[in-house]
Design a protein around this ligand. Structure first.
Ligand code: NAD
Length: 340
């Protein structure tokens, strides 16, 4: 309750400092879903957002009508589920978040979602490329390791690809890592900073505990923590028992990433978030996308940080990550080539 009030007060304070010149249209594609609804709510509460635009194949206008009664300054519009509605939702957007697609059921990996979500993301990417090619695109739909390359291929084919503006949202891995390490170490989770690099599924999620301030964690305790960070999403899928995957924590993570981008766009320096981007770090190994700490700026990616110094244990995790990541990325690229 206290934390909630603090967050609200923070938003209110910022409301007075956000000027009209910083007007930002933010669009959510998949806005009526498990993630889409709480994500849209958090964006409605963010005074940096001046125009919130909601699209879904079902229920967008209903969610928009509901949120539009909240006494925050931004306008909220829900669009009809057709091509015109989609293009109107996107036109002039600074940020487009994509949580459209199906979530996991117990026993599924994120890759099992590929067949359904690949075409959803490809088609939405086509619309973004046409209606708002300048927008920063935040891909939440899984498998992120493949859906981000899908968006890049669609943009490349249309000659509008800007690698600085495409992001796979891996923030939830970082949020989970902070929470889980605090439970082991008895610390304040909001003060924890654990870099998580690689990708966003299973062994491609590589937490760098040696850079976390808890470098001394070792043995079984470390192994269990790393495993929990890599497979934490499964805990939620199992507990929801067929009703989906993480939605509320994911909404928080997505809203945090969007807020970081808006802060950077509005001139703040030194805004850093780990995110899955077109990255030079492992291109020599044929891996075009990689998540690491990225400094954000007015145009999106400002500077990509390397993984830094890692220990032998983390190097092994990274080696395993790179093998899977390469296949996941290739799968996305091949999909668009075969199904343009
Ligand atoms: N990146 C992450 O860390 C992370 C975390 C959790 C979930 N996810 C992923 O996010 C996605 C959404 O999860 P959810 O729980 O919100 O699912 P959900 O089924 O509750 O919601 C998905 C929404 O997308 C909509 N949709 C489907 N096709 C669409 C299209 N073509 N255009 C617009 N909207 C469309 C659906 O109508 C639905 O409202 C899943 O792929 C899930 O795996 C990612």
């Amino acid at each position: 309750m206290f934390a909630a009030r603090q967050t609200f007060n923070l938003f209110q304070k910022r409301a007075f400092s956000a000027s009209a010149s910083q007007a930002s249209k933010v669009t959510v594609l998949g806005a009526a879903g498990g993630i889409g609804q709480p994500l849209s709510l958090l964006l409605k509460l963010n005074p940096r957002v001046s125009e919130l635009s909601l699209y879904d194949i079902r229920g967008g206008p209903g969610v928009a009508a509901d949120l539009s009664h909240i006494n925050a300054n931004s306008t909220v519009t829900g669009y009809e589920p057709n091509t015109e509605g989609l293009h109107a939702a996107l036109k002039g957007s600074e940020i487009v978040l994509i949580p459209a697609g199906v979530p996991r059921k117990p026993g599924m990996t994120r890759d099992d979602l590929f067949n359904t979500n690949a075409s959803i993301v490809r088609d939405l990417a086509k619309a973004v490329a046409e209606a708002s090619p300048e927008a920063k695109i935040l891909v939440i739909s899984n498998p992120v390791n493949s859906t981000v390359p899908i968006v890049s291929e669609v943009f490349k084919a249309r000659g509008v690809y800007n690698p600085k503006r495409l992001f796979g949202v891996t923030t939830l891995d970082v949020v989970r890592a902070s929470r889980f390490i605090s439970q082991v170490q008895g610390t304040d989770p909001s003060a924890e900073k654990v870099p998580v690099v690689g990708g966003h599924s299973g062994v491609t999620i590589v937490p760098l505990l040696s850079q976390s301030g808890h470098a001394s964690l070792a043995g079984e305790a470390r192994d269990a923590l790393v495993n929990r960070i890599q497979f934490g999403g499964d805990e939620v899928v199992k507990a929801k028992d067929g009703a989906g995957s993480a939605t509320l924590s994911m909404a928080m993570a997505g809203a945090r990433f969007a807020e970081s981008l808006l802060r950077a766009a509005q001139g703040e320096k030194g805004v850093i978030e780990p995110t899955f981007v077109d990255s030079p770090l492992y291109k020599d190994q044929g891996i075009d996308f990689f998540a690491s700490r990225v400094e954000l700026g007015a145009n999106g990616v400002e500077q990509i940080h390397s993984v830094g110094e890692i220990n032998e244990y983390e190097q092994k995790l990274l080696d395993a990550c790179l093998v899977d990541l390469k296949k996941n990325i290739q799968k996305g690229v091949d999909f668009v080539k075969a199904n343009p």
